[in-house]
Write a protein that binds this ligand. Structure first.
Ligand code: GAP
Length: 444
């Protein structure tokens, strides 16, 4: 993880938030490569969940919601972690994450000091809206994006004439006052989620639950993720969230071990039932194709962390490869083997020399490619070094412009993964790259 954190900072994927002030715990900033990668991951998920499904539509709801939302959802009452403090070294722990013998003996696992009693700590960030800081002005930063979908479910049925089964997808920020934020961007206080809520007829929920588990697994396979680094974990009765009847996590083998990447939950009619009760509005679905049968739909949720996906994709793509045996540092390269659809830069254009019109020719080629791809241009230093820089950024294709390019209009296309180089007419570059991306298969 240290290598990934350091590469992420050095190459501008992720920086510590407010670093010049010593950093802000639980918050991170996404640099030039990081924001591109994050946007691509979001784009791939959005395409998968909306464009490829005729019956799933998108939404972008506000982060600030009516405070009753969080009473109805159960978060005010139930969204808590058990917390203990050490009276001696002042360390703070989640009671469920320290050895049970320490908890029973009230003994700090770090210094042996005395622990406080366990108390419940609500993870929602609370603030005030408007000038008066009284109880009437309390407002929460949403701890999940899902509730924005539930409160809009009737609006969307009406505006888009949706018929059950149908889904609503959303990507957005969520906030949790996490007690333990370690392992880089794995668990943070400010993060992004990619959630899809699928509304189904009660009684068909288990079938849809199983179908969505299949689809979410296939999604990661399509992205070229190492499948032996993924596994399912079904929640036991003591792990289930207050809203869930059944839940499975897709776990990934991160450098610190197996950890949750995404959850698929059968939320039953809990959420819409509670919103009906708290808002006084009728949230039943009226099935016009079935004698106007009325029911509160069940909800199958797929909930993935966008920022956690980014960490997973960085870990999954990271590779160190020996490419020579000369006994020096250059024998090894660091390469990020991103799927070309996710790579922050798809193609980098490199003139062999700055002089003799090669730089100008390379700039012209880049200008044409820009219309179709995210591009980079680099003319600084030896060509081998420049390839290494692009390998480290995960750029799948490099185009090198040399003296022959001036004569016959061909360029070298270099592949990140195999390091193979082929000569291609510059006029065919764009279509060639497009077909390479379509045919992409991970080789390592
Ligand atoms: N709406 C359901 C829900 O929020 P969750 O299991 O609490 O379920 C879903 O969260 C996903 O959101 C997790 O699998 C994880 O990827 C991401 N996530 C949750 N808390 C996070 C945090 N503090 N930092 C980063 N990602 C987080």
């Amino acid at each position: 993880m240290e290598k990934i954190t350091s590469l992420a900072k050095r190459r501008g994927f992720v920086y510590q938030s407010s670093e010049i002030y010593g950093g802000q715990n639980g918050a991170w900033d996404y640099g030039p490569l990081g924001v591109e990668l994050k946007n691509r991951i979001a784009g791939a998920w959005w395409k998968e969940m909306t464009r490829l499904h005729d019956n799933i539509v998108g939404l972008d709801a506000a982060i600030l919601m009516h405070p009753r939302t969080w009473e109805a959802s159960g978060h005010v009452e139930n969204f808590t972690d058990p917390l203990v403090d050490c009276k001696k070294c002042k360390s703070r722990f989640r009671a469920d994450q320290i050895p049970q013998e320490n908890l029973a003996a009230k003994k700090c696992p770090d210094c042996g000091g005395e622990l406080t009693d366990t108390r419940k700590f609500n993870l929602m960030f609370k603030t005030h809206i408007g000038p008066a800081e009284d109880t009437a002005s309390i407002i929460y930063l949403r701890p999940e994006t899902a509730q924005g979908i539930y409160v809009n479910y009737k609006n969307i049925i009406q505006s888009n004439r949706m018929k059950i089964p149908f889904g609503i997808a959303q990507i957005g920020k969520a906030f949790r006052n996490e007690i333990v934020t370690k392992n880089f961007i794995f668990r943070t206080c400010e993060f992004e989620q990619m959630e899809m809520q699928y509304f189904v007829k009660p009684g068909t929920d288990e079938e849809w639950f199983s179908e969505w588990r299949k689809q979410r697994w296939a999604y990661y396979e399509k992205l070229g993720i190492k499948m032996d680094h993924l596994r399912w974990h079904q929640h036991g009765p003591d792990e289930l969230a207050h809203y869930a009847k059944d839940a499975y996590d897709i776990e990934y083998l991160f450098p610190m071990g197996w950890r949750e990447l995404e959850g698929v939950h059968n939320r039953t009619d809990y959420d819409l039932g509670r919103h009906t009760q708290f808002s006084g509005k009728d949230l039943q679905y009226i099935d016009q194709d079935n004698n106007n049968e009325r029911y509160i739909p069940y909800i199958i949720e797929t909930s993935a962390g966008l920022t956690r996906n980014l960490l997973m994709i960085l870990c999954d793509a990271y590779d160190e490869e020996q490419v020579a045996d000369k006994g020096n540092d250059d024998d090894w390269r660091t390469v990020l083997r991103f799927h070309p659809d996710l790579a922050p830069v798809t193609v980098a254009v490199l003139p062999l020399m700055k002089k003799d019109g090669l730089a100008e020719l390379a700039q012209d080629i880049r200008a044409e490619l820009k219309e179709d791809y995210a591009t980079d241009y680099d003319q600084a230093g030896a060509i081998g070094r420049r390839y290494r820089r692009q390998d480290e950024a995960g750029t799948p294709f490099c185009v090198t412009v040399d003296y022959q390019s001036k004569e016959d209009g061909t360029v070298t296309l270099r592949y990140r993964d195999s390091m193979e180089q082929v000569r291609v007419p510059k006029t065919e570059l764009s279509t060639r790259i497009r077909s390479e991306i379509k045919a992409y298969k991970r080789i390592k």
